[in-house]
Design a protein around this ligand. Structure first.
Ligand code: ADP
Ligand code: ZN
Ligand code: ZN
Length: 817
């Protein structure tokens, strides 16, 4: 008898790969274990066992596996079922899903790393175009992987270029094997065994009389172990005895102390379970009951509760219920909303049972959470996580909470799998027969529509906690203000006067500037030229802080110009305004107050975001200027005024969801104002105060917004009324991508007729040296989604077999956002 396994390998190829195994391996292996397998000419990959069987593959001879990497499965059958669903629903490979699902440290692989040769001065004029692109990229990134280079150059065969760069001694290459997971070890010390007797000890202390520092260390060690009755960490001993590490080392070298290591978890909690959950008010109590009743009929319930209505406290009660039933809970949040504020709040209620999982954590830390969840350990009963935590190896998941469910960042945009974490969470819950609660103050049209269709239950809280009033909203017509000369920079007299009052009363101010749209661009006053990204069809934006021009699409940077690149004139001007510009203006207008800025630039690093939030909480900041990041569920006590600098850039954004999103954004930022006793105030500056969305925002009228937007979605056949799949084609040659996309769209039209839109060039037609074309497939609800996908895959396969189109990249995005 011959034995085989089918293995998922993290490569974007559609099928599984079959390998042969021995009889004893057949007995040992289980589905979900890792194996390392040879692939291609010389590669070794880590794969996951998907299937164990005795049928030899027909078209090729199965190779033998290289090694078995686990003693027990790392991935559960439930996870594999979810992976399968994601792969078929989002039209990607199981390998794509595997890559997204497993922390890097689980996937051992060899990768070539290219770095710049710092010792050699290279004359850039001698480099060919493609060589220069790579060399140039290395000015800004310390290293590149082969795949990065493939992406930059837009072709697969990059080795000749790397070889030429090597010959010119411009770069180095290293084969780096990913370090596997290493548990963190903590260093401890104890007294050497020879001093256990009273006598020996006394002798030692006498001897050490001449070395008072060492003497003190030994006495401290005694008192520490006597009080804690636990092993003594070197770090604690050094602190308590005020000794240097040299003193400790001397004692170890003399064999008086003995050092040893104990494995600990990297993720340590300081918080203890020290608070009982809050008593709900009647609105919350009713909502909780309605949710529980809702769960009897529906697997999914939508909680629509205005900002600061106390949704989190309702979640807490549901979590308590689930824990009582010994069920695991997944609490999903958008990445950026995962703040220490919330983590602390939950840890106060649930102590060590809360584990946190998100992308700013190292791979090692994620491995630890993975293992805790897999073992259903007491430390991972509640997972508080971002998008990718739906991939954890749950055991007995009972409840999933998706907070801020309207957030678009739940959808992964790039690379595949292009999954929506909210929608995938619902499938995950289904696998476990668990319940899902979606929560938001501004639900997505998708979820509200599902609730209207009675697919989901619907529960509402319309009052803020403590009966705090919703903030008072005011629209400021800045066209008028400009005419009447009542503007100072980007600030209307109304905004300045409200800010002045608020600050005088000792309250704080938040100013919101949309990230999209008004980016600061440098323009020549003589010829009108503004510097463009060499790789993308966009102007570079000016970052004052680093004094750089930067491309937001590919990361290209250059130093700020002194002269115009086109005409040489030194007369350059900053156009548009970003958060930096506002920060500068605010500082000039309010020199006596402390101003800070929160955007992508100021929040890099693991705790970057936290530092600003803490400073605001501690009232070290009076005025905070920020982007979208400000909107995410933060709870500040002392903010009374929110200013929205310009509503129009959001409203005019070319996207069918722009109006829905503007409504959500503005209400969410407004929700940061006046959350405790005093009523908050919101000022919205706009050129178009009569815009329906602005009227709906100021009256907090979700239903009107919903009805009006749904009307448009019906008329123009957009989600949630129609489903849609976006097909993007990319190529470095415009003519090729133009021809290819026409071919693709024509073939689609033969099957789907009018439901095909495009091909169209997106607003930014070239990104990273690749020209883009989009085709949209609109799918009526009654048309079978799986048949539609089958047809698209068939067309895609014939497309790939056309010789001229082989180098065109095709991206399928189901339910695109
Ligand atoms: P939401 O998530 O709906 O925006 P939160 O759950 O953050 O609202 O609640 C807003 C504020 O009200 C928080 O500071 C919270 O601690 C407080 N709060 C909510 N419910 C209660 C309650 N039942 N008892 C005491 N304080 C509460
Ligand atoms: Zn010029
Ligand atoms: Zn660019």
């Amino acid at each position: 008898m011959e034995y085989f396994i089918d293995v998922i390998i993290p490569v974007p190829l559609q099928k599984l790969f079959t390998y042969s195994i021995t009889a004893s391996e057949y007995d040992f292996l289980k589905v979900g274990m890792r194996v390392s397998v040879p692939f291609g000419k010389s590669k070794i990959y880590t794969g996951i066992v998907y299937n164990i069987h005795t049928e030899a593959p027909i078209v090729y001879e199965a190779k033998e596996i290289h090694q078995i990497l686990d003693e027990t499965p790392l991935v559960t059958q439930n996870q594999l079922n979810l992976w399968q669903w994601i792969s078929s629903y989002y039209m990607c490979t199981l390998g794509d899903v595997m890559r997204a699902a497993l922390p890097n440290a689980f996937v051992l692989e060899s990768e070539t790393i290219v770095t710049k040769n710092a010792k050699k001065v290279i004359d850039e004029a001698l480099l060919k175009d493609e060589e220069f692109l790579i060399y140039d990229a290395l000015q800004f990134q310390s290293s590149l992987k082969i795949q990065d280079i493939v992406n930059i150059l837009g072709k697969n065969n990059v080795l000749p270029i790397i070889n030429r760069l090597l010959e010119k001694e411009a770069i180095h290459v290293d084969e780096e094997v990913f370090e596997k997971y290493k548990p963190k070890l903590v260093r401890y010390v104890k007294l050497h065994a020879q001093y256990t007797s009273e006598q020996a000890l006394q002798q030692l202390l006498d001897d050490l009389n001449r070395a008072p520092k060492q003497h003190k260390v030994i006495l401290t060690l005694f008192s520490l172990s006597a009080t804690t009755k636990k092993p003594v960490k070197v770090s604690d001993l050094t602190t308590a005895s005020e000794a240097t590490s040299a003193v400790i080392k001397a004692l170890i070298d003399k064999n008086i102390l003995e050092e040893y290591y104990i494995q600990t978890d990297r993720i340590e909690y300081s918080g203890e379970e020290n608070e009982a959950s809050k008593k709900l008010n009647t609105y919350q109590e009713t909502a909780l009951n309605d949710i529980q009743t809702g769960f009897k009929q529906h697997d999914v319930v939508l909680l629509h509760g205005v900002t600061s209505s106390g949704k989190t406290e309702v979640y807490v009660k549901l979590i308590e219920d689930a824990l009582q039933k010994k069920e695991q809970v997944l609490y999903l949040l958008p990445e950026i909303a995962l703040t220490t504020q919330l983590i602390t709040r939950l840890q106060n209620y649930f102590g060590e049972q809360v584990a946190v999982f998100h992308s700013k954590y190292s791979s090692q830390e994620r491995v630890e959470v993975w293992n805790h969840v897999l073992q259903n350990s007491a430390k991972a009963q509640i997972i508080l996580g971002a998008r990718s935590s739906i991939f954890l190896p749950f055991h007995n998941l009972g409840l999933i909470i998706v907070d801020e469910e309207h957030e678009q960042s739940f959808k992964q945009f790039d690379p595949a799998p292009r999954y929506h974490a909210r929608d995938t969470a619902i499938v995950l819950a289904h696998i476990f027969k668990a319940k899902v609660l979606l929560g938001s103050a501004t639900p997505s049209l998708e979820s509200y529509f599902n609730a209207q269709q009675n697919k989901y239950g619907l529960v509402e809280i319309t009052k803020r906690f403590n009966d705090v009033l919703m903030p008072d909203m005011e629209l400021v017509d800045i066209k008028e203000k400009f005419k009447k000369k009542c503007m100072k920079g980007h600030f209307s007299d109304r905004l300045i006067s409200e800010m002045t009052d608020t600050l005088k009363e000792g309250y704080q101010v938040i100013l919101f500037q949309n990230r999209r749209g008004f980016s600061p661009i440098v323009e020549c006053n003589t010829c009108g030229h503004s510097p463009q990204c060499p790789n993308c069809d966009v102007s570079l934006t000016y970052h004052k802080y680093q004094n750089q021009l930067r491309c937001h699409y590919c990361g290209y940077t250059m130093a700020k110009l002194i002269k115009c690149l086109a005409c040489g004139s030194p007369d350059l001007d900053n156009k548009g305004f970003g958060t930096e510009q506002i920060e500068t203006e605010v500082k000039a207008l309010f020199p006596d107050y402390k101003v800070a800025r929160m955007d992508l630039d100021t929040t890099r690093g693991k705790y970057g975001y936290e530092k600003i939030i803490t400073a605001l909480e501690q009232q070290e900041i009076d005025i905070l200027v920020g982007t979208q990041m400000l909107t995410k569920g933060l709870d500040f006590r002392n903010v009374k005024l929110v200013g929205i600098m310009n509503a129009d850039t959001m409203l005019n954004f070319p996207d069918f969801r722009a109006h829905e999103r503007s409504f959500q954004l503005m209400l969410q930022v407004s929700g940061r104002a006046g959350r405790t006793n005093v009523r908050g105030k919101v000022l919205i500056q706009t050129y178009n105060p009569h815009h329906n969305i602005l009227q709906q925002v100021t009256t907090n009228n979700y239903i009107d917004m919903y009805k009006e937007q749904m009307n448009d979605r019906y008329n123009y056949k957009y989600p949630p009324v129609f489903k849609q799949i976006k097909i993007t084609l990319k190529h470095k040659d415009y003519v090729v991508v133009d021809k290819a996309s026409l071919w693709f769209a024509t073939s689609l039209r033969q099957v789907f007729g009018d439901f095909i839109l495009g091909p169209e060039s997106p607003p930014i037609a070239r990104i990273r040296n690749q020209f883009h074309k989009n085709i949209l497939v609109k799918i009526p609800k009654k048309q079978s989604l799986s048949k539609t996908k089958e047809a698209i895959i068939k067309i895609n396969n014939s497309f790939l077999s056309v010789k001229d189109f082989r180098s065109v990249k095709v991206i399928l995005n189901v339910d695109n956002f």
